[in-house]
Design a protein around this ligand. Sequence first.
Ligand SMILES: Cc1cc2nc3c(=O)[nH]c(=O)nc-3n(C[C@H](O)[C@H](O)[C@H](O)COP(=O)(O)OP(=O)(O)OC[C@H]3O[C@@H](n4cnc5c(N)ncnc54)[C@H](O)[C@@H]3O)c2cc1C
Length: 509
Amino acid sequence: MFASESAGIKVEPGHPLYRGLSRGFNPRWAAEPDYIRIVSSAEETRGALQAALRERADPGRDRITVRSGGHAYEDFVCAPDVRVIIDVAPMNRIHHDPAMDAVCIESGATNGDIDRDLVKGLGLLLPGGSCPTVGAGGHITGGGFGLFSRQHGLTVDYLYAVEVAVVDARRNVELVTARRDDGDDGLRELWWAHTGGGGGNFGIVTKYWFRDLPPAPRHILRAEAGWPWAHMDESAFREIVHNFGTFFRDHQEPGDPLAGMFGILLLTHSSSKQVGLITQIDAGLPDAEDALREFTGRIDTPSHVDLTDLEEPHGDHPLLVGSREPQSVPWTVVPRIAGLWTNNDKAGKYKSAYLREPMPDDQVGAAWRRLSARPDVPREAVVQVDSYGSAINRPPYDTAVAQRDSVLKLQHQVYWPECGSGEPHLAWIRALYSEMYAGTGGVPVPGTATDGCYVNYPDVDLGDPEWNTSGTSWAELYYKEHYPRLQQVKTQWDPGDVFRHAQSIRPLV
Ligand SMILES: Cc1cc2nc3c(=O)[nH]c(=O)nc-3n(C[C@H](O)[C@H](O)[C@H](O)COP(=O)(O)OP(=O)(O)OC[C@H]3O[C@@H](n4cnc5c(N)ncnc54)[C@H](O)[C@@H]3O)c2cc1C
């Protein structure tokens, strides 16, 4: 039941770890697999995958899935049709690899591991997400974005190579290394597909290598503020959203002292205390504190709604400083605050949108109507507006991330207690999203104002004709013109479609 083999540790039904390992971070997602394999090395990964492929499978329940941090928003890893889960979490070493002249990050490392070990051991930064429990396996392949991305770009902008366990047409498993400058076209394309193609598509990533990572900041300056809902009205709400969007549109050029500033506008539901504003900047940037104060001053113009300290966390963001005044925080302590992240006892539903310009009036109006309406049941909901652009829009290489001229990225979120069905919450977020993008068939179709959706915030409703009447498929919303190229890579490297889920890249027939 629990024997260590060259294919890793096998956890079967009945073992105390089985139930916990059969569900996602999001408690909506659960599986009843034959077993979970916990692997600690690339060779064990290869062995585990080969063993799973040789077993007889029930056709209705034959999916083999891979998990790193377990933070998938949809049931891509844990679902009733999953037979085997390969869990790479123990494979989390981070070191400089002289042979590759690059930093090696194994795919089971979490953002917390990466931030801590890169700073401690190497004094470097990977500009990815801030949630310390998100795993590199899914996060990096989807593009990887966070509070340093306007200053330094996306994680994949530094990806030099990737090691992947792939399955050929005869169901044999091989470990391959694909480099950015590979002489072999197929391998170079496999590398490219891992610069934004999304997890669970081509094979099992075991290692990533990064070159030219930026130095880690010594300190960050952070401010967390909020406008009380009690005094909020539609004109103030519109003004705040407008100010936020125009600021980030107008400060992107290299050399602009505000180009490295990151902001998060938390358009919460009115059952919360405040609409929130989180701002962060590398304290080592010239005049960082002045820049942060200038930003807050420009956003905070509604005269009748006072900006005060932020009082409660929203969505995925715990309170770090809870102060509207900029606070200096040593970067080394930030990765150690994993305990503050409390969201894994709640079920959640997420949607996303890229914006090429400040949020259009009709979308702000729809958000206002849905967020200000008094609900029958308390709603923990937020439209999180993240700043985008700046260094992200100047990628050094050709990557699979298709959105490279947006200025904002939105994440629509709603949460409910693990034990609840979530039906009213799902209905609420679907209505909000449909209304915000009513002009383009209920989804943010690539066009003048919107530019599709983020593959790391997947949403199966994008593939449902009830919620997407645009004629633009989920694949085009995530990948735009890159989708056919990703399909070519899929056809070469996973011809049997072993790695699949509701929104995986389809091989060409
Ligand atoms: C609380 C929270 C905060 C977040 N914050 C951010 C953020 O700041 N920035 C951001 O960009 N995103 C963020 N995300 C989204 C996150 O990047 C994605 O959910 C990501 O896919 C999670 O990766 P994972 O390895 O933790 O999840 P998993 O559930 O393990 O995997 C997600 C997908 O990747 C696949 N996968 C996992 N490991 C591998 C592997 N080794 N090889 C191949 N495929 C693999 C899985 O099969 C699945 O399809 C956040 C998510 C949550 C829940």
